[in-house]
Design a protein around this ligand. Structure first.
Ligand SMILES: [Zn+2]
Length: 68
């Protein structure tokens, strides 16, 4: 099981985003509502996708709030 950690990684992608009210608590940049997609990969082969929505910072990319 130790090696499992090295073989599995996650990739986060922003499918689309729209400007939203609010500012980033980390850098003060503008927030936006984004449709995110996270792909879990096993030895660089994606085997699981998850779509979710989040409020992210357009400047530093921090996730300010996530839904589902
Ligand atoms: Zn930020």
């Amino acid at each position: 099981m130790v090696f499992f950690c090295f073989l599995v990684d996650q990739q986060r992608k922003v499918k689309s985003s729209k400007p939203a009210a609010g500012i980033c608590s980390r850098c003060g940049g503008g927030a936006s509502v984004a449709d995110m997609k996270t792909a879990t990969r096993f030895i660089f082969v994606p085997f699981y996708w998850k779509s979710w929505r989040a409020i992210i910072c357009t400047f530093c990319g921090a996730v300010l709030r996530s839904y589902g």
